[in-house]
Ligand binder design. Structure first.
Ligand code: GSH
Length: 213
């Protein structure tokens, strides 16, 4: 049974799930759904009552919440292992995912990316106050990740990529599309090296959202 991902092409959380599918080498069907538009079908809200993307469907098993989806993909399927084996590594991975969800998504994506790049690109009105608020909140998040990032590896937790990398990358990447976001990222040497290494990965290149399509 082919996996199905209900997702939105510009959504950063959808990119996380998509990236993980590609890193695992799993085939899937993409079902486009824009949660920001009115008129989201009732059939989608039955799967995701909070009207958020993505949702993964594996036969009669439906799953939402991106961190749960990526763990399911890693633990439930063949392919390269994308999680640390030891308790400390797993705890650190869970910590980074939670930090990103709790303190990263809003300032990095909904404020800096949306008001510093996306809306302009889409010809929509931007709110400079939102951009300023996001830029003011972001250094604490970047600083926390910079301190947690492994000093001597291309990946956040050391030598091999984990779900922490795939969760963090899309949000940092969107953030850095805004000029002021890129400037803040440059002030964090470990994160800058990590971002460049992640950006060069094949799975990242083939899944990167296309805003010109
Ligand atoms: N906790 C959710 C968050 C997902 C989420 O916020 N997705 C965004 C798109 S990147 C969304 O659907 N937003 C719709 C909205 O805010 O109305 C998860 O981990 O999957």
């Amino acid at each position: 049974m082919t996996l199905r991902l209900h997702a939105y092409r510009h959504s950063v959380y959808s990119w996380i799930a998509r990236l993980t599918l590609h890193e695992k080498g799993l085939a899937y069907d993409w079902v486009e759904i824009d949660p920001f538009e009115p008129g989201v079908p009732a059939s989608f809200l039955e799967m995701q009552p909070f009207c958020r993307v993505p949702v993964l469907v594996d036969g009669d098993f439906q799953l939402y919440e991106t961190g749960a989806i990526t763990r399911y993909l890693d633990e439930g399927f063949e392919g390269p292992a994308l999680q640390p084996c030891d308790a400390k590594g797993r705890a650190r991975q869970a910590q980074i995912v939670s930090i990103i969800d709790s303190y990263g998504y809003w300032p990095l994506v909904r404020q800096v990316f949306v008001h510093g790049w996306y809306r302009q690109k889409m010809g929509e009105v931007t709110d400079p106050a939102e951009l300023s608020a996001g830029l003011a909140a972001s250094p604490r998040l970047l600083g926390a990740l910079e301190r947690l990032a492994a000093p001597d590896g291309s990946y956040l937790l050391g030598d091999s990529p984990t779900l922490a990398d795939f969760h963090a990358f899309p949000m940092i990447d969107y953030f850095a599309m805004a000029e002021q976001g890129a400037a803040q990222l440059r002030g964090h040497p470990r994160l800058s090296v990590w971002h460049a290494a992640m950006a060069a990965r094949n799975a990242v290149r083939v899944t990167r959202p296309d805003f010109d399509a």
